[in-house]
Write a protein that binds this ligand. Sequence first.
Ligand SMILES: *Cc1c(COP(=O)(O)O)cnc(C)c1O
Length: 519
Amino acid sequence: MPETTLSAASAAPSPLAPEWLGIPADLNRLAPALWAHDAERGPSGGLTLAGLAVGEIKTRFGSPVFVLSESDFRARARAFKQSFDTAFADVCGGVDVYYAGKSFLCTAVAAWVREEGLRLDTASGGELAVAQRAGTPGELIGLHGNNKSDAEIRRALDYGVGRIIVDSLDELERVARIAADRGTDTPGSAPDGSEAPRAKVMLRLTPGVHAHTHEFIATAHEDQKFGLSMAPGTASPGFSGAGAEGAPEGAASMAEEAVAAAAGHDSIELLGVHCHIGSQIFEPEGFEAAAVKLLRFVADMRSSYGVALPELDLGGGYGIAYVPGDTPRPPAEIAEALAGVVRETCAELGITAPRISIEPGRAIVGSTTFTLYEVGTIKDVVVDVPVGDLPASGEAVTAVRRYVSVDGGMSDNPRPVLYDADYSVVLANRTSDAPAQLVRVVGKHCESGDIVVRDAYLPADVRAGDLLAVPGTGAYCWALSSNYNYLARPGVLAVRDGDARWIVRPETEDDLLSRDMGV
Ligand SMILES: *Cc1c(COP(=O)(O)O)cnc(C)c1O
């Protein structure tokens, strides 16, 4: 059979490129939606952040390295707080914004979060330890987790965290018991524990709304590990519920059971309810559907049990642009839409709006950071064009995929492997007029799935020693990084006003061997 091999570099789109990926009109351009606001091409063409050139970063700090814009982080944090405060001013007097530390946390970040007027969400004893080390006051901290240990719960209570987000009926009982025991352990307190400071608790509910990017799905039952189900009939067999008017026997939900149980514990102060409907969400509809469902629940609990739920947390999940086609709605627009729905729903239900809180992680830190890599091996691989994309002649067609290897990989960004996540990439140390070449940027691990950027166009003259920058790596990259193949994890460099400092230093070979107990 005759074969055609399509040339490596050409102005025509590669048959190996996914449909969403167009050839950029200018390969040197930084698409503003993907980058920190102070990232730009410097006078010599190289990428700069807050005036610091990547060439200098490479020389002084090495690679791979996470390069974070401090002022961009602060600006995004502030923008969330201000836009939600403004939108909700007449609804509930403002919004408490908890930065989701699991997306990226270190003591410097915890300090910035506090300085910008945000609070901090933690999801383990370790994240709580970072917050404590940073001096974040307990009352500004939330603690999440579907399987908190007794030690984590005790640590949170000892530190006076402002809210423990309880994820199950089991956990509710454990928190109640640990809080009561602390009371009896404290000298001078009443023997029944009634004098102990009460544990401040939010209940995490699953509203059956699950959202991702453009769509949300609504189901009665969610098949996942988090939260207390709001679906009728999910309460324990022994719990009959308040029997809302006309409700059939056995129609109570696990969420309702948890409210009743929490209200019955002297050692618990029930603040309200919480939900988190997904991540990388672009549109407000999913948040709105969840808010309506939780507000109805708040009204029900008041009428059925006389229980007030003064706070409502709508979680995180606000999306960011990873590739040029991504168009998340700006936080201010989502805030406006959401405030409208909360205002109307509360009016309909005849309830005072609860104090609203949210928990953005990715949308604050994601775009603040790019990863800087050095190019090593480059390999052109001839591959078959998938059947179906063949031309009408039916002739077999092959095309070249250029594999560009860099000095990191799945150990510093496992998201492509874990979630099929797409990223984009630019040639960072210089500009180029060479034609566009479809590339796959890969790491140096012993794993064929070790992909950093699955599909992107780069100038065809990219060569060993060049620097590549992958934007949007601020969230869930360093946080999920590993030492696979005994690679040292990169540090995080915070850049501000033309200068840089490590906020997390890179690992050394000694770090890599520090826990090896020897022969
Ligand atoms: C992960 C998580 C967040 C943050 O999600 P982002 O997508 O980073 O905004 C907030 N709240 C909870 C409970 C989470 O699990």
